[in-house]
Write a protein that binds this ligand. Structure first.
Ligand code: PLP
Length: 367
């Protein structure tokens, strides 16, 4: 069987280095807010090119903390509106609503599943304070036009970079394109920890300090609390593992790009709609390779029978979730179409050419 994602194999590729670091951290007797986190934060900020990186507990917290910090700094207030793509993973939306901010959905582009920038303008109101862009499936969403809309309307650009570490727009890394960016190191992400982990990057010193304080009980000096903060710290153990794996992210992303390139040029079947290839200024990292098909259940069953594991990202859009009952009557036809048609093929740095050959062959003989 070709697994959708072989996490064991992905991590065993770095077995010796990771085990040495784990042992070292275990024996150090220091497990929170120590050297491992400091080292990883420095590595991450250098890699992304942003001045500040703050390790936090997970990707959702990274996004929540960015918005919470904007509120504490008086840049946003409860009831303000944040633009967000309607087809994103629910965490982007949760980060907004959890802060008492209002998510305003914008439809994506059917070819690359990313926010359609042309549809932002019509959603702006005097309460709009930010745009949360999501580099969904590891594909870059950014343009001069987007930047101009944000500048003219005084909006913060918050990147949900959970799926796209290593991607670039005109040589600038995602995570350094907007005002602040949230990362997830959930085990299945392109840079995955051995459990939950996340980070924020930004060039804004006040924002960075506020987030660091908020994530540590609202305290920057022990037992002195400036904010009603939360406990959202990155563990030393996770930071140690991430610092090893960050060294290999470009090599691993390159493997994903090569596989995506082969899928796009070699899958030839009129029942399968392939994603568009990126524009020249974009360097995508293909966290997921997502196709569309009209009879999804049929294709998924066929692939399962042939020993190819696939997943659906995602079956239900945020506005149709029970969690957002008040939005259930809203209609986003493109998003709804995407959610009913998408299927994710295996793509990972540990797949070999033979696996890719097999998948292409089996897809091309599907009727
Ligand atoms: C994974 C993910 C998150 C949340 O990250 P966690 O670490 O699971 O909290 C947020 N946004 C997107 C787009 C994601 O894929």
């Amino acid at each position: 069987m070709i697994k959708f994602l072989d996490l064991q194999k992905i991590n065993l590729a770095h077995q010796q280095e990771i085990e040495e670091k784990l042992l070292k951290t275990f024996r150090s007797g220091w497990y929170l807010l120590g050297n491992e986190v400091k080292t990883f934060e420095e590595s991450l900020s250098r890699y992304i090119g942003a001045k500040y990186a703050i390790g936090v507990a997970n990707g959702l917290d990274a996004l929540r903390l960015i918005l919470r910090a904007y509120i504490e700094l008086g840049i946003m207030q409860k009831g303000d509106e944040i633009i967000v793509p309607a087809n994103t993973y629910i965490a982007s939306v949760l980060a907004i609503s959890d802060n008492g901010l209002i998510p305003i959905f914008v439809e994506p582009d059917l070819d690359n599943f990313n926010l359609d920038v042309n549809k932002i303008q019509e959603k702006l109101t005097p309460k709009t304070k930010g745009i949360m862009i999501v580099h969904l499936y590891g594909r870059v969403i950014f343009s001069d036009e987007l930047k101009n809309i944000a500048r003219i309307n005084n909006l913060k650009i918050i990147e949900d970079n959970a799926q796209a570490i290593g991607a670039e727009y005109n040589g600038i890394k995602t995570g350094n394109l907007g005002d602040a960016s949230g990362f997830s190191f959930y085990p299945g992400k392109n840079l995955g920890a051995l459990g939950d982990a996340g980070a924020v990057t930004t060039n804004d010193k006040d924002l960075a300090n506020t987030i660091r304080t908020l994530a540590n009980y609202g305290s920057s000096e022990k037992y002195v609390n400036i904010y009603q903060g939360l406990n959202s710290r990155l563990d030393e153990i996770q930071a140690a593992v991430l610092d090893v794996k960050l060294k290999y992210i470009d090599i691993e992303n390159q493997r994903r790009k090569d596989i995506a390139k082969r899928y796009i040029s070699e899958i030839k079947n009129s029942n399968i709609i392939l994603p568009s290839f990126p524009d020249n200024e974009k360097e995508d990292v293909w966290h997921l390779f997502v196709i569309r098909t009209l009879e999804r259940q049929k294709l998924q069953t066929y692939l399962t029978e042939k020993g190819i594991q696939t997943l659906i990202h995602y079956p239900i859009p945020p506005h149709q979730q029970l969690a957002y009952k008040e939005m259930n009557k809203l209609s986003y036809p493109i998003t709804e179409k995407i959610h009913s048609q998408v299927l994710s093929l295996p793509i990972s740095p540990v797949m070999d050419e033979k696996d890719v050959d097999t998948i292409i062959l089996i897809l091309n003989s599907y009727q």
